[in-house]
Ligand binder design. Structure first.
Ligand code: MG
Ligand code: MG
Length: 258
C-alpha cells in the first residue's frame, strides 16, 4: 500500500532531507586522498545528531554505520572502512536521517583527487539520469515512466543499469511502496499522484548491469569490477509536479571551494 503524505508531513520530510543534504556538504569538503571512510562516517554521525535528528541507516536492518560508502566497483551498501581513499577513486556516499519520525535518504558520488575522463563521464551521465527520472515524476505518468527515462539515457551511453536494487517510497519507514526501478516501460506501474514521496536513485555501471554481494552480506559490487555511480534525491509530488526535497547545493558549494 502506498502511503500518501499530507503537506505537513512533506514539510517534515523536507527538513529530514535537508539535514542529509547539509551532511553531504560537510563530507564533500573533507574528501581527499588519505581520508578514510570511517573518518567521514564520524563527521556525518556527529552532524546529524547535532540537528535533533538520528542517523537513519545506523542499526537499520543491523547496518553498522551512519553512511554507506561504496568505493569504485562497489555499487551501494558499502560499510565504511579505515582504508584511506586514493587519488582517482570515486565514492558513493549514501546518507539517511530520521527527523521527527520521518526519513531522509540521499546520495552523491564524489571524485577523489583526479579521476579518469571516462569515469567523470559516468558520474555526469548518472546525475543526468537522476534529473531525467525526476522530470517524469508527475501526475498523469506512472512509475515506469521514471525508470524508462533513466534506462534510455544510461543505455544510450553504453552503461549498465542495475536491476537488483531500486528506488523506493519513503516516509516513516526507509523503504515503503512503491518500488522505483531505474529501468522500465512507459505507461507501466503505479499511477503517480499528489502526496507520493519517493527516493529516486539511479545506480549506473560503466560495464555490465550485473552485480554481486560480498561476504560481508552488505556490499554490492559490479560483477566485472568496473566502477559504478549512484545519485539519489528525495521527491514529493505537489500540485502534480515533482518537488526535490533534498538538494546538492551544499555539495556543489563545498566542491567549488576546493
Ligand atoms: Mg540512499
Ligand atoms: Mg534510497
Amino acid at each position: 500500500m502506498i502511503i500518501y503524505k499530507t503537506p505537513e508531513e512533506i514539510e517534515i520530510m523536507r527538513e529530514a532531507a535537508q539535514i542529509v543534504s547539509r551532511t553531504l556538504g560537510l563530507i564533500a569538503a573533507e574528501i581527499k586522498p588519505g581520508v578514510t571512510p570511517l573518518q567521514l562516517d564520524k563527521i556525518a554521525e556527529d552532524y546529524i545528531r547535532s540537528q535533533n535528528a538520528i542517523p537513519g541507516f545506523l542499526g537499520l536492518y543491523d547496518f553498522p554505520n551512519t553512511l554507506c560508502i561504496s568505493v569504485n566497483e562497489q555499487v551501494v551498501h558499502g560499510i565504511p572502512t579505515d582504508t584511506p581513499l586514493k587519488n582517482g577513486d570515486i565514492i558513493s556516499v549514501d546518507c539517511g536521517s530520521i527527523y521527527e519520525g520521518y526519513y531522509g535518504d540521499h546520495a552523491y558520488t564524489f571524485e577523489v583527487g583526479e579521476v579518469k575522463p571516462e569515469i567523470k563521464k559516468l558520474l555526469q551521465v548518472t546525475k543526468e539520469c537522476l534529473d531525467l527520472g525526476i522530470a517524469e515524476a508527475k501526475t498523469g505518468n506512472r512509475i515506469g515512466d521514471i525508470g524508462f527515462a533513466i534506462q534510455q539515457h544510461a543505455e544510450k551511453h553504453g552503461y549498465g543499469v542495475v536491476r537488483d536494487l531500486v528506488g523506493h517510497g519513503l516516509g516513516k519507514t526507509m523503504h515503503e511502496e512503491p518500488q522505483v526501478p531505474n529501468y522500465g516501460r512507459r505507461g507501466r506501474g503505479k499511477k503517480i499522484q499528489n502526496g507520493l514521496t519517493i527516493a529516486i536513485e539511479p545506480m549506473i555501471n560503466l560495464g555490465t548491469e550485473r552485480v554481486v554481494q560480498l561476504d560481508d552480506n552488505w556490499t554490492i559490487v559490479t560483477e566485472d569490477g568496473l566502477p559504478s555511480a549512484h545519485f539519489e534525491h528525495d521527491i514529493a509530488i505537489i500540485d502534480g509536479k515533482p518537488e526535490i526535497l533534498s538538494t546538492f547545493k551544499y555539495v556543489e558549494e563545498a566542491l567549488a571551494k576546493k
